[in-house]
Design a protein around this ligand. Structure first.
Ligand SMILES: NC(=O)c1ccc[n+]([C@@H]2O[C@H](COP(=O)([O-])OP(=O)(O)OC[C@H]3O[C@@H](n4cnc5c(N)ncnc54)[C@H](O)[C@@H]3O)[C@@H](O)[C@H]2O)c1
Length: 263
């Protein structure tokens, strides 16, 4: 794809994976708009772009961000719904151990953030007859993250929503890319050196995630998998569910045995 005239908007773009996405699209020649809870304006300066403080759980704030981005640069061609949060099952580590608030917050950011984004950008893309919606979900949305039930459930919902977008609008010109990494070296790892359970296959850099995402756009693939093993794990989970669950329980036992906690 020629990105030189493209307008790319990234949520959660002030740092981490979102920032690397903005870097990659900017390097490819795109105009960049960044939405984040904090640091958006500052981050956008690096691209001569547009930045705005946005909480993706509030649809009207996304609407304003889209309106102002489009006033500055034109219709958004590529929307990266990347903002996300991780809440663990602490302190009990029971599957239902996280508070209701943690579950609600996870759903609001990880799922509704993407729904709000799609509602706001799809009409412009539809009118134009093309657009790319990138949803940064997680390998947790295809497999599961031990010790983080609310993250796992909401990332599964996010993957499912990305599929719905592709099914509903693929014929009308929308390309959907669903990004599902395991551990990525960002603040979300909470300073863990090995990435805990998510780092079992190694930690990749945010730049690797961005590069794989651009590759998926070119190859017209729905899934962007910075850790390619995830495809095999998903196949195993789908075809041998009891064996999969047994393996995950074993993994959890090992983590609890060595660290006293499942992550
Ligand atoms: N780091 C990983 O190991 C990993 C693995 C798989 C998937 N992911 C996903 O990648 C995405 C980016 O995470 P990251 O690793 O870069 O983490 P990060 O914490 O470094 O960045 C997340 C960004 O989202 C922003 N954000 C959070 N809530 C927001 C809200 N309500 N409105 C607007 N912005 C908000 C934060 O301010 C931050 O800038 C998330 O969706 C995350 O679930 C991360």
């Amino acid at each position: 794809m020629d990105y030189s005239d493209k307008v790319v908007a990234v949520t959660g773009g002030a740092r981490g994976i979102g920032r690397a996405m903005a870097d990659a699209f900017h390097a490819a020649g795109a105009k960049i708009a960044i939405a984040d809870l904090d640091g958006a304006e500052e981050a956008a300066k690096a691209y001569d772009g547009f930045g705005m403080r946005v909480d993706v759980t509030h649809e009207m704030q996304i609407a304003e961000f889209v309106k102002q981005t489009e006033a500055a640069f034109g219709t958004i061609d590529i929307y990266v719904s990347n903002a996300g949060i991780l809440r663990t099952d602490e302190p009990s580590w029971d599957a239902a151990g996280a508070t209701d608030q943690a579950w609600r917050d996870s759903f609001e950011v990880n799922v509704m953030g993407a729904v709000h984004g799609a509602r706001q950008v799809w009409p412009g893309m539809k009118e134009k007859g093309s657009g790319v919606f990138i949803l940064v979900a997680s390998a947790a949305g295809l497999l599961g993250q031990i010790g983080a039930s609310s993250y796992t459930a909401t990332k599964h919902a996010a993957v499912s929503f990305a599929e719905s977008l592709s099914i509903a609008h693929g014929d009308e010109g929308l390309q959907v890319v669903c990004v599902c990494p395991q551990a990525v070296r960002t603040d979300m790892l909470g300073g863990s050196e090995d990435g805990g359970i998510a780092g079992a296959d190694g930690i990749v850099e945010p730049e690797d995630v961005a590069a794989e995402t651009l590759k998926a756009i070119e190859e017209k693939r729905f899934l962007a998998l910075p850790h390619p093993q995830v495809a095999e794990y998903e196949a195993l989970r789908a075809t041998q569910r009891d064996r999969w669950l047994g393996g995950m329980r074993k993994f959890r036992r090992m983590m609890v045995g060595s660290r006293g906690r499942p992550v």
